[in-house]
Design a protein around this ligand. Structure first.
Ligand code: FCB
Length: 449
């Protein structure tokens, strides 16, 4: 059996996001976010779930950091709720909100865990949405003001920063399909939101550089593997459209300072308003790219397949099935995504900021979950990563999604992604078998194949 060792200094962690775990949605001066507004509307979330309490991490934070230490995590990726810092999105700062994140960062550092902070994991202040949200160009300046406050307060202690998490999801699930907050269905607004998300990212990177902070800064993208459903020209073209819309729409401006041409011809009058110099700002060099990989899809041309005239079918590798989300399990797809970045976007430094799966967890009488399916999933994806490293991908760390079961957006609490089980009645945390396995992988910096 081969021993799969990862490079010296490879960073092992787990990730969460503020709205999905914190709860305390209106405590200590926190303002309303678009996710508070969205979940409080009837029929938007499965079973009427909300993040009002979620895992109650806001109150259980010290216990959670202790748990991370017990699991041997080297790094913890979390996001900041903008509405705890600026309840109205801008204007006056809420000291109690800042204090919470400062306590969290200090506790992590005391536990020897490296904080990896995401500034925007989707929970835009509702007050800013009332002024158009990401469609409004002014939102880019509001974001930078917020980012600067965080850099000033935590810049001396946080070595890893990301501006946005998955701008495609924000723009398309939020503004084109209406599945997620703010629940808008309008392609023009979605492309404008994408552009402003990217622009605000570039402006925040510039502010970070100008401030002389010590850490590194990047952005996190959701990158899936797309394969044409057949060799037919129409399927290949549809696949290219989907790739350009979901991946290249972000990768290309970030790394090449331009937008995908074929896509922009297709979207025609829906194309965003771009001002002179915007693409220069967007392509401001970053220190790393965060990659979230979950699944692979086969893309076919579909006459009635919506705006992109495409349909997608989950792809699973031989012998693998589908997760609880219906996502196709395809570890080789993970490697292809990374090779694409290496070959086409200049081989930037990469952290895998999310990878994981939801399965039907069945707890025993002690609430322990023997989640071998999750272990198999993680192990196979780590093998693909190891292969990618061998092929020269510039990879430096890996974060499991997620540290604990949490509020999975429109799916509510139904899917469980955690290494740690959360009992939503008692809020008790119980590490699953996968958490014990992962602790072992971290301590050996690899595993036996
Ligand atoms: C990603 C999100 C994350 C989580 C996982 C399952 O798209 O970034 O918050 O919901 O999916």
């Amino acid at each position: 059996m081969a021993w799969r060792k990862f490079p010296e200094g490879f960073l092992w962690g787990a990730a969460t996001a503020a709205y999905q775990i914190e709860g305390a949605w209106n405590e200590d001066g926190k303002g309303e976010s678009i996710w508070d507004r969205f979940t409080h509307r009837k029929y938007t979330i499965l079973n009427g779930d909300t993040g009002d309490v979620a895992c109650d991490h806001y109150h259980k934070m010290p216990e959670d950091v202790a748990l991370m230490k017990e699991l041997g995590l080297q790094s913890y990726r979390f996001s900041i709720a903008w509405t705890r810092i600026f309840p109205d999105g801008r204007g006056s700062v809420n000291q109690k909100g800042l204090d919470f994140y400062e306590r969290l960062v200090d506790k992590l550092l005391a536990a020897g865990i490296i904080p990896n902070v995401t500034l925007n994991h989707w929970d835009l202040p509702q007050a800013l949405q009332d002024e158009g949200g990401w469609v409004n160009r002014d939102c880019t300046a509001w974001f930078v003001d917020y980012a600067r406050v965080m850099f000033d307060r935590l810049g001396d202690r946080v070595p890893l920063w990301s501006t946005h998490n998955e701008p495609w999801v924000i723009a398309f699930l939020g503004y084109a399909f209406g599945f997620f907050a703010p629940g808008i269905a309008d392609y023009s607004r979605a492309y404008q939101a994408s552009h402003h998300l990217l622009l605000s990212h570039g402006l925040a990177v510039q502010a970070f550089r100008a401030g002389g902070y010590q850490g590194k800064i990047g952005i996190v993208l959701s990158l899936s593997c797309y394969q044409p459903a057949s060799e037919k020209e129409s399927d290949r073209a549809a696949c290219k459209r989907v790739y350009e819309n979901n991946s290249a729409l972000f990768l290309q401006p970030l790394f090449k300072g331009s937008y995908p041409e074929m896509l922009f011809n297709w979207i025609a009058s829906h194309a965003p308003k771009i001002e002179e110099g915007d693409l220069k700002v967007i392509s401001e060099p970053i220190d790393f790219l965060g990659v979230n990989y979950y699944f692979t899809e086969a893309i076919a041309f579909a006459q009635w397949g919506g705006f992109l005239k495409s349909s997608s079918t989950p792809v699973s590798a031989p012998g693998w099935g589908y997760t609880e989300m219906g996502w196709g399990i395809n570890p080789p797809g993970f490697k292809s995504v990374l090779l694409d970045i290496k070959e086409n976007y200049g081989n930037p430094k990469i952290y895998i900021t999310e990878n994981g799966c939801a399965f039907k967890d069945t707890p025993d009488d002690n609430e322990f979950v023997s989640d071998w399916e999750r272990i198999n999933f993680l192990r196979a994806h780590l093998l693909a990563l190891h292969d990618a490293l061998q092929s020269g991908v510039n990879l430096h760390g890996y974060y499991v999604w997620s540290l604990m079961d949490n509020f999975e957006w429109a799916h509510g609490f139904a899917p469980r992604f955690g290494l740690v089980r959360v009992n939503y009645q008692t809020l008790r945390r119980i590490p699953k078998q996968s958490a014990l396995w992962y602790r072992e992988v971290i301590s050996r910096n690899g595993f036996e194949e």
